[in-house]
Ligand binder design. Structure first.
Ligand SMILES: Nc1ncnc2c1ncn2[C@@H]1O[C@H](COP(=O)(O)OP(=O)(O)OP(=O)(O)O)[C@@H](O)[C@H]1O
Length: 307
């Protein structure tokens, strides 16, 4: 299974800046985290992949078929987002049966187990559920349909902490049971770090980085120490500076690439960035740690010595 996004552009109005600007991606079976600041274009990208929005340019192909003109391909893609229309006066079981009919299958056993653990009775009316419970029902449905591409737009918005943990557990279980392409857009990055295999970072409509999540520690580092010593080290090593903060005589400088602790002079401490810190650095106003993979597919090295 392969989902290819080619030169995808979305402009919402005449003369408006593109919400999505020539995005190229190749997605394989894996759990992807889709990250970016408010308005970066995450929902737009997911809406275009799911054929809920018309692209201004470019295309989305699923196993070689253009998703636009192909109902079979569309039936293999499921988008769960807040606007998914579920009619109000409907029992959960009816709602799930509709999904079963449209998507050609439904994992009823997994559904019952998830509802039980979330404490939601299957005979409930959808409209009688709380906001968070409705969100859970949508996620349960999403995990039970036999699609090849699952797009979850801010899935944990409205879920309490315990239910978020439960959802991450079910998401992993579902993926292990049936590996497929799952894209999760979220702002709660720290929580999902250990769930996602790959990360996609969007900034102002462009993909600025796409990488294996476990390699995040080697994509950028923070150096802390006496400002002059840190500056000299950075200049000698030819490191790219992303951001710098001063605290009296001390400086904290974010640089691109991985730092070998053996290369550090005395008095400088280096640490890697968490996925959340890396996303902040990659999408901050002061600098762009990632470069732009729209033009360069390998913007980051994992070795500071290569810079
Ligand atoms: N229906 C629309 N009409 C006009 N502009 C829109 C529309 N939907 C989105 N936009 C604009 O497109 C850009 C991207 O929006 P999008 O919702 O894709 O961002 P996002 O990354 O999902 O943001 P958030 O994290 O806040 O949900 C924003 O500038 C937004 O204002």
């Amino acid at each position: 299974m392969s989902l290819t996004v080619t030169n995808l552009v979305k402009t919402y109005g005449n003369g408006a800046k593109p919400a999505l600007d020539h995005v190229n991606l190749v997605l394989q079976p894996a759990i992807y985290g889709l990250f970016g600041r408010n308005g970066a274009g995450k929902s737009t990208l997911l809406g275009l992949i799911a054929n809920r929005l018309l692209p201004s340019d470019g295309m989305v192909m699923l196993d070689g078929a253009n998703v636009r003109d192909n109902e079979t391909a569309q039936g293999r893609i499921y988008l769960a987002n807040e606007t998914r229309p579920f009619l109000w006066p409907v029992r959960l079981s009816t709602l799930f049966r509709r999904e079963e009919r449209y998507y050609g299958g439904f994992d009823w056993g997994f559904c019952s187990r998830m509802l039980a653990e979330f404490g939601i009775a299957p005979g409930m009316m959808y409209g009688n559920l709380s906001l968070g419970q409705r969100q859970i029902v949508q996620l349960v449905a999403a995990l039970c349909v036999p699609v090849d591409v699952l797009l979850l737009d801010e899935p944990v918005l409205g879920l309490d902490a315990a239910n978020r943990q439960l959802f991450y557990r079910f998401l992993i279980e579902s993926y292990v049971e049936r590996p497929r392409t799952i894209v999760v857009s979220t702002h709660i990055i720290d929580e999902i770090t250990h769930v996602v295999e790959r990360a996609i970072i969007l900034d102002r409509g462009r993909v600025v980085d796409e990488f294996a999540a476990e390699t995040v520690g080697s994509r950028a580092a923070v150096l802390v120490g006496d400002e002059n010593t840190v500056d000299d080290f950075i200049a000698d090593a030819g490191l790219g500076v992303v951001a710098k903060e001063r605290m009296g005589r001390l400086a904290s400088v974010t640089v691109r690439g991985e730092i070998d602790a053996n290369d550090l002079p005395e008095g400088i401490v280096a640490s890697g960035l968490s996925l959340q810190d890396y996303v902040i650095a990659a999408t901050g106003q002061s600098g762009n740690v990632a470069g732009d993979v729209a033009d360069d597919p390998t913007p980051m090295t994992t070795n500071a010595g290569e810079r």
